[in-house]
Design a protein around this ligand. Structure first.
Ligand SMILES: Cc1ncc(C[n+]2csc(CCOP(=O)(O)OP(=O)(O)O)c2C)c(N)n1
Ligand SMILES: [Mg+2]
Length: 661
């Protein structure tokens, strides 16, 4: 058993360096000693922490400061540059301090039009940057409006600090105006939470909040601050980031070399290994180590919806996304593999389908940071607990030392055949605009863009057809929150003003946070919102068609569908309506390149279904909606100029190397 090394993780050393250092210390038996010293140093820092100069607060010789001013100082010390929020009575003292902080240029506040959107914006900011997203809301309805955003972040392990105003301390428990026990309401959906009853605790709570939100498996934390705590003057003592270690808190252990060795034993003996990669690889910044390992050993890689971008989907080793709407070849690969190497993924039911049929021929290695995930859905033969970036570096180093040579070519050839036989559907080239075509057009026109999505068929098509780098994809995966896409895009664009940000929206989802067009207009955020408009709650309609004998209960969005162009106009942003196939490319190109915020409404074929699909309760191999081999083989006729493989004629992109045909 090994000990935590706070300093390695805090310093975020490059994985290979940490790995060597770790090995060396291990050899010299220095680990326990160093641990004790760092622990002691941390305690000393905590107790004697002398404030660094930030803004005016220190210049007042740490005289009396309001709780709200102390909060601003503490946030600033933790590198916060942007807060998304909405004010109200109980949070007024904090907004007053924010006003001062903003005028000094410490922080920027983005006024969203609904607290839920503020939480999603903070979430988008965090996913795109890897930093903690911060949002504010007032007590009562402001706080309850945040709940969906907090749950969305919790399900997808997104680091967030949520600050809510609360009624004054004497009023707590009296059913006071706008009193809600938001601490109680959110208990199951936060990583940790506090009600701050003494302003003197604020600095320490903020330090703990950031530490907890970011460390280990990231997640949202909540700080509930009664109004009078924000108002009270007290002798403020600033606390430096990372200098307060909450009771019972420990950073994840470093991966155990013995587990890495056991993992390599399994990998060495596998005939048909498959890497199964989730969002943990992105949040750990482990994508480079992953690529180095899989390329050296020629391992095929499938990614989850959260893991999209963790491995280059244009690489021949990629088999794309697996699961309910994954590629046929990923689902066949996971069905046939004899070793599944899971990295930062959690065997979610949308991935596994029928659990006992999932990778049923395979042994499992589980690289995981959160002990609670181990064995939760699928028993693993080898578990490597700890930071996956360090674990993958160790895996690579150990495999080099062992001179490991895997023979995966026959297995890769088999996967290659599946890719050729069962590529993703290619939309016809005439008639109505197919929704898939919209995504293919965006792929052509906006390479390198940051992408966010709403929830539904368009989300799955976006996952299937679009390509992105790590942190360039934000989609509510675990909770599946309609209305996530546009506010998340807003958060991404605020964080990265120079980047192209595109929200792929559904016509039903977009209406759930449509008011954010106002925020986009106010801050002139040049986001492009593309509505894949099938005038249905398409995904639910598909289920009704497939499993409820076409009884379309409450899913038709045509009645009451707004004129999105008039809406864009009313909010003062650009609009573009695309209804004809001939105009799709040219109008989309013009709109995506327009410097203004744009609402782009593309009318697509109404009843199109999203395939492949693993029906509920079925195994991944039982997916429906893939063309038969016979149909496909008749059409194989185009050679890819880049990698030379034969392709179905209708393919726009080579499923093998990702190049345009
Ligand atoms: C807040 C919320 N309510 C309900 C659902 C259930 N749901 C999942 S997809 C979907 C339809 C989405 O329709 P749209 O946004 O038009 O996307 P499409 O499937 O048509 O592409 C619904 C209602 C959900 N995921 N989130
Ligand atoms: Mg729709």
């Amino acid at each position: 058993m090994f000990f935590n090394l706070y300093f390695l993780v805090f310093l975020k050393l490059p994985g290979h360096f940490a790995c060597h250092l770790y090995g060396l210390m291990h050899k010299l038996c220095l680990l326990p000693l160093i641990l004790r010293i760092t622990h002691a140093l941390q305690l000393i820092v905590t107790l004697t922490s002398s404030p660094k100069s930030v803004g005016d607060i220190e210049n007042q010789d740490l005289g009396l400061v309001s709780g709200a001013d102390a909060l601003m100082d503490a946030l600033r010390r933790h590198g916060v540059d942007t807060i998304f929020g909405y004010p109200g009575g109980a949070i007024l003292p904090i907004y007053d301090a924010l006003h001062k902080a903003e005028s000094k240029g410490w922080l920027k506040h983005i006024l969203v039009r609904h607290e839920q959107a503020g939480a999603h914006a903070a979430d988008g900011y965090a996913r795109a940057t890897g930093k903690v997203g911060v949002c504010f809301g007032t007590s009562g309805p402001g706080a309850t409006n945040l709940v969906t955003g907090i749950a969305t972040a919790q399900m997808d392990s997104v680091p967030m600090v949520v600050v809510t105003g609360q009624v004054p301390r004497p009023a707590i428990g009296t059913d006071a105006f706008q009193e809600i026990d938001i601490f109680g309401v959110t208990l199951p959906i936060v990583k940790h939470s506090w009600v701050v009853r003494d302003p003197a605790d604020l600095a320490s709570v903020v330090a703990q909040a950031f530490l907890i939100a970011l460390s280990g498996r990231p997640g949202p934390v909540l700080i509930d601050i009664p109004k009078d705590v924000g108002q009270e003057l007290f002798p403020y003592v600033p606390v430096e980031p990372g200098s307060v270690v909450p009771p019972g808190f420990s950073l994840p252990n470093l991966p155990d070399p013995l587990d890495i060795t056991s993992a390599l034993d399994l990998i060495e003996n596998a005939q048909r290994p498959l890497m199964y990669v989730g969002g943990g690889v992105i949040s750990a910044g482990a994508h480079k180590s992953l690529a180095a390992f899989v390329k050296r050993h020629q391992l095929p890689v499938t990614t989850t919806l959260m893991g999209k971008g963790a491995f280059d989907e244009c690489d021949p080793l990629s088999v794309g996304m697996l699961g309910m709407h994954g590629t046929a070849y990923a689902n066949y690969a996971v069905t046939e593999c004899d070793l599944l190497i899971s990295v930062g993924a959690r065997f979610d039911d949308r991935v596994t389908g029928k659990l006992d049929a999932f990778a049923s021929k395979a042994k499992v290695i589980h690289f995981e940071i959160d002990p609670a995930e181990v064995g939760k859905n699928r028993r693993a033969d080898v578990v490597v607990l700890g930071d996956v970036a360090i674990a993958l570096e160790m895996l690579l180093e150990f495999s080099k030392q062992r001179n490991l040579h895997l023979k995966t070519s026959a297995w890769l050839e088999r996967i290659h055949e599946w890719k050729q036989r069962y590529p993703l559907m290619s939309p016809p080239k005439d008639g109505e605009i197919y929704p898939q075509e919209v995504l293919l057009a965006i792929r052509d026109l906006a390479q390198g863009a940051f992408l966010t999505t709403d929830v539904g068929q368009h989300q799955m098509w976006a996952a299937q057809y679009l390509r992105n780098a790590p942190r360039q994809w934000a989609s509510s995966s675990g909770l599946g929150t309609m209305g996530y896409g546009m506010p998340a895009a807003l958060g991404v664009q605020v964080a990265l003003p120079k980047e192209k940000v595109i929200c792929i929206a559904g016509d039903a989802s977009i209406l759930m946070n449509i008011q954010e067009l106002g925020t986009i207009a106010q801050y002139k955020l040049p986001i492009k919102v593309v509505i894949v408009n099938n005038q249905w709650q398409g995904m639910v309609r598909q289920w009704q068609e497939s499993f409820y004998e076409e009884r379309y209960s409450a899913t038709d969005m045509l009645p009451g569908m707004p004129d999105f162009m008039q809406l864009a106009n009313a909010f003062g942003i650009g609009g573009s309506l695309i209804t004809e196939r001939e105009n799709l490319m040219s109008e989309l190109e013009a709109s995506l390149n327009d410097p203004r915020p744009m609402l782009i409404d593309v009318h697509v074929r109404r009843g199109e279904n999203c395939y492949p699909m693993v029906p509920p309760g079925k195994s991944n191999a039982e997916m429906v909606g893939i063309p038969s081999y016979h149909e496909k083989s008749a059409a194989i006729s185009r050679k890819c100029n880049s990698c030379g493989t034969n392709n179905a004629y209708s393919n726009r992109y080579c499923p093998d190397c990702g190049n345009q045909l």
